[in-house]
Write a protein that binds this ligand. Structure first.
Ligand SMILES: Cc1cc2nc3c(=O)[nH]c(=O)nc-3n(C[C@H](O)[C@H](O)[C@H](O)COP(=O)(O)OP(=O)(O)OC[C@H]3O[C@@H](n4cnc5c(N)ncnc54)[C@H](O)[C@@H]3O)c2cc1C
Length: 371
């Protein structure tokens, strides 16, 4: 069976039927994550030597995109897991890599902090040596799958070296980690994204991921291409989901006194055409970004920055069109469109935010240093 054949029944049988409840109750999609783990899909990017499927970013994007058509909350949990997993594939120890490959370990990124906010590359949380242990203190501002994941790929200021940051593997259930309250947000309501405070969290010095002070390199070289592309996959999947729901609604809804459907109105069709064009442009940019990364093209970093901002902003436009063409019906939960409209708003404020990406892209094309 291909990974797509494995994924499809999980989406249609488990994720899609629970998507409304996940959103309404702000409930973490535990059944979906367990099913994905049992089917081997949480180990999609883990090497075959450790028991994973040994697949890459292109396949991960397909998984995230397909899930996002049904439930963007679940898609973002999986997106963050793949981003953390790829860091652990490079720097993690064998047991955690094997656990991820076996689908028994969910991970995520804990980068953003209360004091440096969306500038995730500049943690202010600290790490200090204490014998064979390292003590971490931080006020993480947003962590997807907070207290639901098994581990966090965690950033801090370096222990002793020069540099912007150091990465750590932090067990998610450590007692010195705390959460003030659960997540009750506008969108992606099922992904348990909350602040986490670390007050004297003790990890082993062995839990350092990569060299001290080199966290920035891993963030830019490994995490950014994966996160930007998978966030784009989430946004494009979400657009496809909104568009197909809107098309179903306008095709099946009639003005009986005129004996015509909403789709018979040229204005409605023109809006849908615009949404289709925008979605296809976003899909084309995503495909080109995957090609650029796969072949290490010289414009790869530019594409990586572009694809997240372009798809995040386009998803806002496409879900806006879906709301418009479905009229008042789109305000009701049962059409499933207002949920995607709300979910779409997260990508543009997730780091690098669209406005930060515009600044970086502007610097890159005018020959200025990014940092
Ligand atoms: C649902 C959700 C899940 C998340 N999950 C995670 C996670 O798992 N791990 C994680 O580490 N983080 C996560 N984040 C955090 C995210 O990556 C950002 O750090 C966060 O959304 C930024 O919000 P803020 O209010 O702190 O931004 P601020 O930095 O306060 O930004 C406010 C506004 O200022 C703009 N701005 C800031 N700097 C610049 C600049 N230099 N140029 C132009 N404009 C600028 C921003 O674009 C934004 O519009 C998540 C966020 C959300 C919404």
């Amino acid at each position: 069976m291909t990974f797509v054949e494995t994924l499809t029944p999980i989406v249609t049988g488990i994720i899609e039927p629970r998507a409304v409840q996940t959103d309404r109750e702000g409930r973490f999609p535990r059944e979906a994550i367990s099913a994905l783990g049992e089917a081997g899909l949480l180990g999609l990017v883990s090497a075959t030597e450790v028991g994973g499927l040994g697949l890459g970013l292109r396949e991960a994007a397909e998984v995230v995109s397909r899930i996002a058509q049904a439930c963007p909350s679940t898609a973002m949990v999986v997106c963050m897991h793949y981003c953390g997993a790829v860091v652990l594939e490079s720097f993690g120890k064998l047991p955690v890599r094997q656990a991820i490959a076996q689908g028994k370990h969910l991970t995520t990124l804990a980068f953003s902090e209360a004091d440096s906010r969306s500038h995730f590359w500049a943690p202010t949380g600290t790490a200090r040596a204490n014998g064979a242990q390292v003590i971490l203190d931080a006020r993480k501002s947003w962590v997807t799958s907070a207290f639901e994941a098994d581990s966090y790929v965690w950033s801090s200021k370096p222990l002793a070296a020069e540099g912007a940051s150091t990465l750590w593997l932090v067990g998610a259930k450590l007692a010195a980690l705390s959460q003030q309250s659960g997540y009750d947000g506008l969108g992606l309501r099922g992904n348990a994204s909350t602040p986490i405070t670390a007050t004297g969290v003790a990890v082993s010095a062995d839990d350092q991921l990569g060299e001290d002070g080199k966290g920035f390199d891993a963030m830019m070289g490994v995490v950014l291409p994966w996160f930007s592309t998978l966030s784009a996959a989430c946004s494009t999947g979400l657009m496809e989901g909104a568009l197909s729901r809107a098309i179903t609604h306008v095709s099946g809804t009639r003005h009986l006194h005129l004996d015509s459907s909403l789709a018979d109105l040229p204005t409605i069709r023109a809006y849908l055409a615009r949404a289709r064009i925008k979605t296809d442009m976003a899909q084309a940019l995503l495909k080109d970004t995957l090609d650029a990364i796969a072949t290490s093209r010289p414009d790869t970093m530019l594409r990586v920055l572009e694809v997240k901002a372009a798809t995040a902003e386009t998803a806002l436009e496409v879900t806006d069109i879906a709301m418009r063409v479905c009229g008042g019906a789109a305000f009701r939960k049962e059409a499933g469109i207002e949920r995607l409209f709300r979910d779409a708003r997260a990508a543009s404020v997730m780091g690098p935010t669209s406005d930060v990406a515009y600044d970086f892209i502007g610097k890159a094309i005018t020959g200025l240093p990014l940092f």
